[in-house]
Design a protein around this ligand. Structure first.
Ligand SMILES: *Cc1c(COP(=O)(O)O)cnc(C)c1O
Length: 386
């Protein structure tokens, strides 16, 4: 691992310029294959599903940032997660945090269920429940912190220790934090996945996924899936992701500052019932989060007095995109009830605090004062009933 600080490593990844020409950006190797001068001994590059230099530069960059031995770039966050799930086999059992990303919940309960992978969901904030869900067939624990959309905090070091005691792999989705704020491998995790579509790409113009492993043998298993199943990230999108990484530090720092200001403003509003943001001292996971992460991030959610007010806010805001996704340079307001958690049965949703009056805000790079003024006018402007 590099000796430099993370902000430096974002700008100077292991390959920080083109080795052939010195160009300041890694070229987009738009190729499917490579000429073999010696047909008996193929070169390091033989076919671009297996190896592409642009993708490789990105994979090395993310491995360096997470402190792992090997990185992998996939066509989407879900391609990364699904490829990771393919290292298991029929009959294997996973213990999964119940507040896992909706798409992960979906592939586990549909596709992978058909292939014989069994899953128990348990509250990731409750170590005893996670431990109680472990069976003799369990092979891994998969958690996500902060969780979506109510930003619940899981104690990563404690989960890693639990996994180690039972000989299980510890896997986490680090999308909300990025390696800049949270490095699970250093806390004992074996495997980290990301939707690079979010903060890492950062500009709402890309779908991409990443995975990083600590152990080289696990890396060989995942490499077999990446190369065999083939859900790789293309060279253009690898280049965009590399470009996104360079400004991640500046973006996230400013977006996080904005989120903190907006969260504290929301706390004072009478229309707002609850604010979920791990940066607030009243957040139940505040202390654990502070121990394991370098910041609270730029995503928060809040519960309005009623559903009508939530819908009014979504319809009347002008600055934020009202959309699925997060982590872009523009603020993004989403409505979990019909967006990220639409496929979850209403009862399950209610049990997780995902009500019809809950909205999630990913704070962008706008000035916090403008954002607050916009939220204020939206809350004060009833929608035309006609
Ligand atoms: C968006 C997201 C994913 C899925 O990533 P895609 O790039 O959309 O496939 C996975 N996990 C989390 C936490 C996400 O926010």
């Amino acid at each position: 691992m590099s000796r430099h600080d993370l902000p430096t490593r974002l700008v100077h990844p292991p390959q920080d310029r083109d080795p052939r020409t010195g160009a300041s950006s890694i070229p987009i190797y738009q190729t499917s294959t490579y000429h073999q001068a010696d047909p008996e001994h193929l070169s390091r590059y033989d076919y671009a599903r297996s190896d592409n230099p642009t993708r490789e530069a990105l994979e090395q960059a993310v491995a360096d940032l997470e402190g792992g031995t090997r990185g992998f770039a996939f066509a989407s966050g879900m391609a990364a997660i699904s490829s990771v799930l393919m290292i298991f086999q029929a009959g294997d059992h996973l213990v999964v945090g119940e507040d896992i990303y909706g798409g992960t919940y979906r592939v586990l309960t549909t596709l992978f269920k058909r292939w014989g992978l069994t899953v128990s969901f348990a509250d990731g904030t409750d170590l005893e429940r996670l431990a109680a869900a472990i069976t003799p067939a369990t092979k891994a624990i998969f958690v996500e912190t902060p969780s979506n959309p109510t930003l619940k905090i899981t104690d990563l070091a404690a989960v890693a220790a639990l996994a180690r005691r039972h000989g299980l792999l510890a896997i986490t989705d680090n999308t909300f934090m990025t390696p800049l704020l949270q490095r699970p491998l250093e806390l004992g995790f074996d495997l980290v996945v990301h939707s690079a579509t979010k903060f890492i790409g950062g500009h709402s113009d890309l779908i991409a996924g990443l995975a990083v492993v600590k152990d080289p043998e696990l890396g060989r298993r995942l490499r077999q899936v990446q190369n065999g199943f083939g859900a790789i990230l293309g060279p253009q999108d690898s280049w965009l992701t590399l470009r996104g990484l360079k400004t991640l530090g500046a973006r996230l720092e400013q977006q996080q500052r904005g989120a903190d200001i907006v969260a504290r403003w929301l706390l004072e509003r009478l229309e707002v019932q609850t604010v979920y943001y791990p940066g607030l001292a009243a957040h139940p996971g505040h202390e654990i989060h502070r121990r394991q992460a370098a910041g609270a991030g730029a995503v928060l959610s809040f519960e309005l007095a009623n559903k009508g007010l939530a819908l009014q806010l979504l319809k009347q805001v002008r600055l934020p995109l009202v959309a699925v996704s997060l982590g872009g340079v523009e603020s993004i307001l989403s409505y979990p009830a019909t967006m990220s958690h639409a496929s979850m049965p209403a009862g399950e949703r209610a049990a997780r605090g995902i009500t019809d009056s809950l909205v999630r805000l990913s704070v962008g790079l706008e000035s916090p004062a403008d954002l607050i003024a916009d939220l204020e006018q939206a809350l004060a402007t009833p929608t035309d009933p006609t």
